[in-house]
Design a binder for this molecule. Structure first.
Ligand SMILES: Cc1ncc(COP(=O)(O)O)c(C=O)c1O
Length: 417
């Protein structure tokens, strides 16, 4: 698409936006004067769907009126309401997904199963600059097995002078580690650079050396299109409070490929993973559900999960195709305006649309002080040490004219106006 620099062009894009009306389904934050801020932080915490309150109230009412009777036929099956929609979101069969716990908890639980180091095959591959929680989880797993992260943790770094990874380098590294590689766990979209990795190519390379391959999809779920089953990914986990708008600390989804559903290897067990026919017989023998649900440990946090039901209803109605279309257009438009108006700003995120979602990571002269000044002028985005401002509009509630306005504010701030 050909973009133009004018404000009238931004307004025209808004008018022709098929998702324009969805903005009304969300509460949009305001400043002290009651004016809308520019909320460009979809990769951190998505906005609240207005329907959340009534969804939560419904469960509160059941609790108020029925107490424990709410369990029967309702809360004991509550997480099942999130199975089909989560499966559609990540390109999985329904048996391959479940929502449970929080993201890093799930990464650790999945690694208990999918990192089984031996003396000869003990290495885990992650991307350099992975989200710290992943780094900590992986190091703790290596130590748990008595190995040394200095030897067992391999980090994929960009080429010297580059800030993002090349697929061919990732594949080459995987092949080079070969038979010593136990597990790959990478972000689907890197939180810092906004780079979307070629998960299919990484998975293929990992499988060719018999490693388990998994992804942290915190920045990918609800942001880019995913086909976990067809890509042959072994396992994955994602949070739901970013693009999926399910609220602070909202629960995480997991994917376990159906090829692993007869799992007899290591896993941490709990009663919610137990065969549903016998769960309430309270017997001592663990007989896991033969789906991703077998990895559940505790009963579902109903009140925490309810906002996700509300937001998944919106996601399901719109579908990832339309979300992705607008995302590509918004990101391309922001890139165009930045390149035309602000040559002093470096865009770290790849310019190839396939290699990014709805985020641009900017290196701006003046760094953190510019971030603080644009915040004072009403731009809610985020700063990530050591030198990046992340801008992440959301296709469901942001407008093209807000992107235009953001670039104007950034321009004025960088030029000291
Ligand atoms: C890529 C990534 N992984 C892991 C986490 C940690 O998530 P949680 O605190 O839900 O475990 C985050 C949080 O923002 C993240 O961005």
């Amino acid at each position: 698409m050909t973009f133009k620099k004018s404000k009238s062009f931004a307004l025209e894009l808004d008018q022709n936006d098929p998702l324009m009306s969805y903005r009304e389904l969300f509460y949009y934050p305001k400043n002290g004067n009651g004016e809308n801020v520019l909320y460009l932080c979809g990769n951190s915490l998505g906005l609240q769907p207005k329907s959340v309150r009534s969804f939560v109230e419904q469960e509160l009412n059941v609790w108020e009126k029925d107490g424990v009777l709410g369990q029967h036929g309702r809360w004991e099956k509550f997480h099942e309401k999130l199975i089909n929609n989560s499966a559609r979101l990540v390109g999985a069969n329904p048996s391959e997904v479940v929502v449970m716990n929080a993201l890093t908890v799930n990464i650790n639980l999945l690694l208990i199963s999918f990192y089984q180091p031996s003396r000869t095959r003990h290495k885990i591959l992650i991307e350099k600059g992975a989200f710290p929680s992943d780094q900590y989880a992986v190091e703790s797993q290596i130590k748990l097995h008595g190995f040394d992260p200095k030897e067992s943790l391999i980090e994929l770094a960009p080429k010297r002078g580059e800030s993002t990874l090349r697929t061919e380098d990732m594949v080459e590294k995987i092949e080079e580690i070969g038979g010593e590689l136990a597990t790959i766990i990478m972000g689907g979209v890197n939180y810092y650079t906004g780079q979307a990795f070629d998960m299919e190519a990484v998975t293929k390379a990992g499988k060719s050396v018999d490693a388990f391959v998994g992804f942290d999809l915190a920045h990918a779920a609800g942001n880019i299109k995913l086909d976990l089953h067809d890509w042959n990914v072994d396992f994955a986990a994602w949070c739901t409070y970013k693009y999926l708008c399910a609220g602070p600390g909202a629960p995480s989804g997991i994917f376990v490929n159906e090829i692993h559903h007869n799992w007899t290897g290591p896993r941490l067990a709990g009663w919610w993973g137990q065969n549903k026919q016998t769960r309430f017989e309270m017997g001592p023998d663990f007989d896991p559900i033969l789906t991703a649900e077998g990895w559940q440990i505790s009963n579902a946090p109903v009140l925490g999960m309810t906002p996700l039901l509300a937001s998944m209803e919106i996601y399901d109605e719109v579908g990832m195709d339309k979300i992705r279309d607008k995302s590509e257009k918004m990101t391309g438009y922001m890139e165009f305006l930045l390149q035309k108006n602000l040559s002093e700003v470096t865009i770290m995120t790849p310019n190839d649309p396939i290699q990014r979602g709805c985020q641009l990571s900017l290196v701006v002269p003046g760094g953190k002080s510019i971030f603080e000044s644009i915040f004072d002028r009403g731009v809610v985005c985020d700063w990530r040490e050591p030198n990046v401002i992340r801008i992440a509009p959301h296709p469901l509630y942001n407008r093209y004219s807000e992107i235009y306005e953001f670039v104007q504010i950034l321009m004025q701030t960088v030029r000291g106006q």
